[in-house]
Design a protein around this ligand. Structure first.
Ligand SMILES: [Zn+2]
Length: 168
C-alpha cells in the first residue's frame, strides 16, 4: 500500500486491510468481553484480545463467539462463487482444496470459517463467517488452476463477494 492514500480514494484493487479497519463487523462484540471467555458452541477461547483453540484447562466465562452466532443466524460475511466448466469436471478436487485451505485458515483464525457449500447452476457457492476466507480460497484456486478471480468488497458493509471462473 502506498504510504499516503488520499482520503476518499475508494477503488484500490486491494481493500481488505482498509475495510478491516474502517467497516464495523456487526457480529463483533460491542464491548470487550470478559477474559477469558469460551464459546459454548465451538469451544474457542477468547484470551488476550483474540480467539484461539485449545487451552481447555483454563476456567472461562461462557459466551457464543461471532462465528457461531453467524452460523446460527445464517448470516455470512462473505461469499465465494465458483463457475465455469472446470468446476463440473473437477468438483471433488475443488471441494478438497476448499476444505484443506479452510482448515489451515481456521486453525490460525478460529473466526474464519466456511458456513456452507451449495451447488448452484453447475457451480459452487461458498459462504463464510468472515471477509478474509473467500479471497484466500479464491487465490488458492487461482494459484493452482489459473482462471479469473474477482474480489469485491461491498461499500460500507462488512461483506465481500468473490467470483472465480475457470473453463480449463
Ligand atoms: Zn463458537
Amino acid at each position: 500500500m502506498p504510504a499516503t492514500v488520499p482520503e476518499g480514494v475508494r477503488h484500490e484493487p486491494r481493500r481488505d486491510r482498509l475495510i478491516h479497519e474502517r467497516v464495523h463487523d456487526p457480529y463483533a462484540w460491542h464491548r470487550k468481553p470478559t477474559e477469558p471467555t469460551r464459546c459454548s458452541e465451538c469451544g474457542a477461547l477468547f484470551l488476550e484480545g483474540r480467539w484461539r483453540w485449545g487451552l481447555l484447562y483454563i476456567d472461562a466465562a461462557q459466551g457464543v463467539c461471532p462465528a457461531c452466532r453467524r452460523a446460527a443466524d445464517h448470516a455470512p460475511a462473505g461469499v465465494l462463487i465458483l463457475t465455469g466448466r472446470f468446476i463440473a469436471r473437477h468438483r471433488d478436487e475443488v471441494l478438497f482444496l476448499l476444505h484443506h485451505h479452510e482448515g489451515v485458515e481456521r486453525q490460525e483464525h478460529p473466526m474464519h470459517r466456511i458456513l456452507d457449500i451449495e451447488e448452484r447452476d453447475g457451480g459452487l457457492v461458498v459462504t463464510t463467517t468472515d471477509i478474509h476466507t473467500p479471497a484466500r480460497l479464491g487465490k488458492a484456486l487461482e494459484r493452482s488452476h489459473h482462471g479469473d478471480l474477482d474480489i469485491r468488497y461491498v461499500e460500507g458493509q462488512y461483506f465481500v463477494r468473490v467470483h472465480w471462473r475457470c473453463d480449463a
